[in-house]
Design a binder for this molecule. Structure first.
Ligand SMILES: Nc1ncnc2c1ncn2[C@@H]1O[C@H](COP(=O)(O)OP(=O)(O)O)[C@@H](O)[C@H]1O
Ligand SMILES: [Mg+2]
Length: 230
């Protein structure tokens, strides 16, 4: 099974959610591959999202993490390539078929493939203009949308689900990436509104990941949080 994890924005908790989903799959005895098609904003020696996931989960056997391409600038993929190496670097970005071949190879060897997009659903990944939605569609993948619990999330999430519907995703899974331990009335009403929004779109509402997962016993916290998702 291939899942594409996208979000309403950058920094919404896609990587943390991907790690939690990986923990749940691994605990069920499944082999998991995590693929980051375009990793921006990290130097070649630094850990990117995929490597962070492996570290948080304690480098378990049964988990493989891989990247399509890495770009140094903390920018959208095409712009990061342009700044790094001009139009030649843009032309060197993997094409949609390159990602599809790579992910198909992973899907042949692993029970579950989790693809963490860059930014949100319509972020362009390739020189030809293919975005995360195109990648998910071409893969026939299940779509997971990660949202924020804060002010502004209702509009961002509605826009994302509407764009997904328009692109032919009849369903998907919606979850909150980081829900505070002491939610305010705003957080509580956002959570309820997002649950209803998911239901109106025919999407599965998976609930919320607690906001304190990346500290202390991260591996155990991620698994517990993932098991509490519906
Ligand atoms: N549930 C959570 N618990 C702890 N930290 C979180 C949680 N969700 C997000 N974060 C932190 O917030 C930041 C952004 O999360 P991340 O998963 O990297 O977002 P994205 O992948 O959408 O850019 C990171 O520093 C991450 O560790
Ligand atoms: Mg990320």
């Amino acid at each position: 099974m291939i899942h594409v994890i996208t979000g309403t924005d950058t920094d919404v908790g896609k990587t943390v959610a991907t790690a939690a989903l990986a923990a749940r799959e691994l605990s069920a005895g499944r082999r998991v591959a995590v693929y980051k098609p375009t990793q921006t904003g990290v130097q070649s020696s630094e850990a990117g999202d995929a490597q962070n996931i492996a570290a948080w989960l304690g480098h378990p056997t049964g988990l493989l993490v891989a990247e399509g391409i890495r770009l140094r600038e903390p920018m959208a993929p095409l712009d990061a390539a342009l700044v790094e190496g001009g139009s030649a670097a843009v032309a060197m970005l993997p094409a949609l078929t390159d990602h599809l071949v790579r992910i198909s190879q992973l899907a042949a060897d692993y029970d579950t493939v989790l693809v963490e997009g860059a930014g949100g659903l319509l972020v362009v990944l390739t020189a030809a203009g293919a975005n995360i939605a195109d990648l998910a569609k071409a893969l026939g993948a299940a779509l997971v949308v990660v949202s924020r619990p804060d002010l502004g999330t209702l509009n961002h999430t509605a826009l994302t689900l509407e764009a997904a519907s328009r692109r032919g995703f009849a369903s998907g899974t919606l979850l909150l990436g980081s829900y505070p331990a002491q939610p305010t009335a705003l957080h509580r009403s956002n959570l309820e509104n997002l649950r209803q929004l998911a239901s109106r779109h025919g999407w599965r509402w998976a609930g919320a990941l607690p906001a304190d997962l990346i500290s202390g016993e991260t591996e155990k916290s991620l698994l517990n949080a993932a098991m509490a998702l519906t």
